[in-house]
Design a protein around this ligand. Structure first.
Ligand code: KIV
Ligand code: ZN
Length: 404
């Protein structure tokens, strides 16, 4: 694992399989459920291909019973995928499960992901069933799925608002019926991190057979806590995180894949876990998903926002020019960005201005530089964006007036 040596530099020693966090991407399923994010067949194949290349462990390719289009895209992704496990979603109904099994059949490694709402609200208002019926459906759905594939994930929808005793009984039933992964969704993004971590801990301690399966997190972002909650789950022992590129998903979305991966990568010293994802492809994945969904990425989005490696203030620019580590906790290259950018604006200082002039091919004497800097500051005060062309015009004027 990663640790700091005596020079305070990070070093990696051998990675232990038990510390590996399985990255389960649901961009094509939960992500696509986000209003307005529908993708075409071709676009889904393109996204799946990149996820596979990136080293995502499980791709949830869709919900095969939902439509013929979903069925066909899951099937085609299953045919084409080279490395990842291809997963389809199914409600706790025989028709869903059988259709899902058919869709994932071409995959070298396929998974059926079946789920049922376990909370009182879901039992009463969504399905109008009692606890006994809910438990019976857990057993029946997981057993049916297990008869069709060896890799079965079971999810307790709205787990974080389910009575803990009943949730334990549901998880036990799912394990007994053959679930190999048990997913604990915070479906409505209601939990906070301590609570979510404790839930994962309690399930591991109390449910017989819990040490035989992988616990998974699936946190929604209604309170902006999806990534923090997922990491609390990992700290408590979960070894699969469900997430989506750019945090796409129902309502406020799912935990953002790029944030989960980079938090684990950057703070491996604290979290002591790792993933198999090639982080240098994160920006490409973000741009691709943004393009095919037509969902813009907010400028200040962690990891993949266009400002994630941009510095404007003079103090920050000066620091970064001297040593990038002063204001960057990860390198731009590590997420597939060529270099940090120094944005020229009213907060920029002399150091950055001089570097910018160098980049644009100017070398000014001290006096001319000072004059140009004063002009630049004046311009930046009245203009929101100072582009390279503005600086070139300003310096050219400065040179021309010096020659008069
Ligand atoms: O949020 C949720 O509970 C889900 C399940 C279907 C896993 O997306
Ligand atoms: Zn969800």
């Amino acid at each position: 694992m990663r640790f700091k040596d005596e020079h305070h530099e990070y070093r990696d020693d051998a990675r232990d399989e038990k510390d590996r966090v399985i990255i389960f991407d649901t961009t094509l399923r939960d992500g696509e459920q986000c209003p307005g994010a529908t993708m075409t067949f071709e676009e889904k194949l393109e996204v799946a291909e990149l996820l596979d290349e990136m080293g995502v462990d499980v791709i949830e390719a869709g919900f095969p019973i939902a439509s013929q289009g979903d069925f066909e895209s899951v099937q085609e992704i299953a045919r084409r995928s080279k490395n990842a496990v291809i997963c389809g979603l199914a409600r706790a109904q025989p028709g869903d499960i059988d259709r899902c099994a058919e869709a994932i059949r071409p995959a070298e490694r396929g998974r059926i992901h079946t789920f049922i709402g376990t909370s009182p609200l879901h039992r009463k208002y969504q399905m109008d069933i009692d606890e006994a019926e809910c438990l019976a459906r857990v057993t029946a759905s997981v057993s049916r799925a297990r008869g069709l594939t060896d890799d079965v994930e079971w999810s307790a929808m709205d787990a974080t608002r389910t009575e803990i005793d009943f949730l334990c009984r549901c998880v036990e039933a799912a394990i007994k019926a053959g679930a190999t992964t048990v997913n604990i969704p915070d479906t409505v993004g209601y939990a906070y991190h301590d609570e979510f971590g404790d839930l994962i801990r309690v399930l591991q301690e109390r449910v017989p057979g819990a040490d035989e399966i992988i616990f998974s997190t699936h946190c929604h972002n209604d309170l902006g806590l999806a990534v923090a909650n997922s990491l609390a789950g990992v700290t408590a022992g979960a070894r699969q995180v469900e997430c989506a590129v750019n945090g796409l998903g129902e309502r406020a979305g799912n935990a953002a894949l790029e944030e989960i991966v980079m938090a684990i990568h950057t703070r491996a010293d604290a979290l002591s876990v790792w993933t198999g994802v090639d982080t240098t492809l994160l920006t490409r994945a973000s741009k691709l998903v943004s393009r095919v969904t037509a969902f813009p990425v907010q400028y200040n989005k962690a990891i993949v926002g266009r400002n994630a490696f941009a510095h404007e203030s003079g103090i920050h620019q000066d620091g970064v020019l001297k040593h990038a580590g002063t204001f960057e906790i990860m390198t731009p290259e590590s997420v597939g960005v060529k270099e940090s950018s120094l944005v020229m604006g009213k907060h920029s200082g002399r150091h950055a201005f001089r570097e910018k002039l160098k980049e644009l091919g100017y070398e000014l004497g001290d006096n001319a530089f000072e004059d140009a800097f004063v002009r630049f500051k004046g311009l930046a005060d009245v203009k929101k964006h100072v582009y390279d062309e503005d600086i070139e015009a300003l310096v050219d004027q400065e040179i021309a007036s010096a020659q008069d």
